[in-house]
Design a protein around this ligand. Sequence first.
Ligand SMILES: Nc1nc2c(ncn2[C@@H]2O[C@H](COP(=O)(O)OP(=O)(O)OP(=O)(O)O)[C@@H](O)[C@H]2O)c(=O)[nH]1
Length: 319
Amino acid sequence: MQTPLTLVTGFLGSGKTTLVRRLVAEGSPRRRLGVIVNEFGQIGLDGATLARSGHAPIVELAGGCVCCEAGSDFLLAVEELLDYHPEQILVETSGLAEPGGLVRRIRAAELPLDAIVTVVDAANLAAALAASPVTAWQLRAADLIILNKTDLISTERCKQVSEEVQRINARAALVATIQGHVPADLLFSLQMEGEDPPAYPGHRTQDGFSALTWSNDTPLIRSAFEQTLASLPDRVYRAKGLVHCTDAPWPNEVHHVFGRHSLTSVRPQRHQQPLNRLILIGPDLETLAPHIVANLDRCADTTERASHWRQRHDELLDQ
Ligand SMILES: Nc1nc2c(ncn2[C@@H]2O[C@H](COP(=O)(O)OP(=O)(O)OP(=O)(O)O)[C@@H](O)[C@H]2O)c(=O)[nH]1
């Protein structure tokens, strides 16, 4: 029997990696997982995040949506993963992928597809729907909708958002979650019903989204960096990356989703090059790029403090 696939989709920052990370960390009863993770930006970050969470084999496809630019590499990624003999393959699409195009590829390759799972940021559904038609396509394609981040809204609001989601897709099962907490058994017992979602070729060019990559090799002043994140233009819907600040030796995983940001300290890695990197995603970021890059560059700490930090950082890693 061929290894079945489950697609995990959902708009930028909705919590797809959080869900997959949990499944990888907790493992799935009876199923050895393999993961394909697709990123819109040129630098893949989610693969490293997932690798820190467990032992499942992971293949990363960066630099475009798996339904279009990265599509030709998708089958190669499946083949690569099959060398590890997984019993279930999770495919995490980029936040801008439209599932119909990917389903078409999967069907053409005669791979078994179990179900499409769509993760929704319950606190930002309206913003995501306004940001791109992809949000509604992802919802309509779903067999299971995971209404995530319900900790950020009231019970009353959660009910309204559930109703809105059900107006878009009345067929899918709906589960409200915090941090993508869904039992693996529920997720892997799904079977696709109904017709395949339609494909929307060329959706990326119509959307006008772009990814801006920023990196540098000097540790940052935390307060300045946080201030810069807080004042990012509204059009930057999503930013993520890994940065080092001079107040601590550990790197920080950075997330920014529709104006809300967080920095979480993670395990250090030796000789990480570049020291800091951030990917920012939104429509037509080219015009904003010089301003954003200048503000981020200004967060670098002084040469003297940076050299102290490097010494402390290297000593710590040598211990
Ligand atoms: N408050 C809250 N934050 C959450 C929840 N789930 C995820 N997050 C946070 O939301 C941010 C984005 O989560 P990810 O899992 O990286 O989202 P994603 O959909 O994989 O993002 P992209 O791959 O960039 O589209 C991170 O800071 C998560 O910690 C939740 O239930 N509640």
